[in-house]
Design a protein. Structure first.
Length: 126
């Protein structure tokens, strides 16, 4: 006899309950399950944006192309505020925009883009 994956077993049990208790139970459970899965975004968006800003500072983009660098920093700040307000999709989009502007600042400053979040001690979550 093979064992089922626990998640498959849970879904089968809930489906059986929903048939006994009515469709409403299944719909309410589905809503809670969906909301529960819509949690925090991965650290990758934050890490890539943060790494790009660190690299931009290293190549002096803040003084060479200040307008682009300031845009990246302001977007990063807005992303952090959105994250604190639990507006995770908005935060993710703002982190991506911040990374884009930081990388553009790096390129305009004449340096090759390097935004590997796993390199060096600057990784923000370590």
């Amino acid at each position: 006899m093979t064992r089922q994956h626990p998640l498959i077993h849970l879904v089968q049990v809930l489906l059986a309950l929903s048939l006994k208790l009515g469709l409403m139970f299944f719909l309410i459970f589905g809503l809670f399950f969906t909301l529960g899965c819509a949690g925090k975004p991965s650290k990758l968006d934050f890490a890539l944006s943060d790494a790009a800003l660190i690299e931009a500072r290293k190549v002096k983009a803040d003084s060479l192309v200040p307008q682009i660098y300031i845009a990246a920093v302001e977007l990063y700040s807005s992303a952090l505020k959105s994250y604190e307000k639990r507006q995770y999709q908005k935060a993710s989009a703002l982190f991506a925009q911040s990374r884009y502007y930081a990388e553009m600042a790096i390129q305009k400053a004449g340096k090759k883009v390097k935004t590997n979040p796993h390199s060096g001690p600057e990784a923000p979550w370590e």
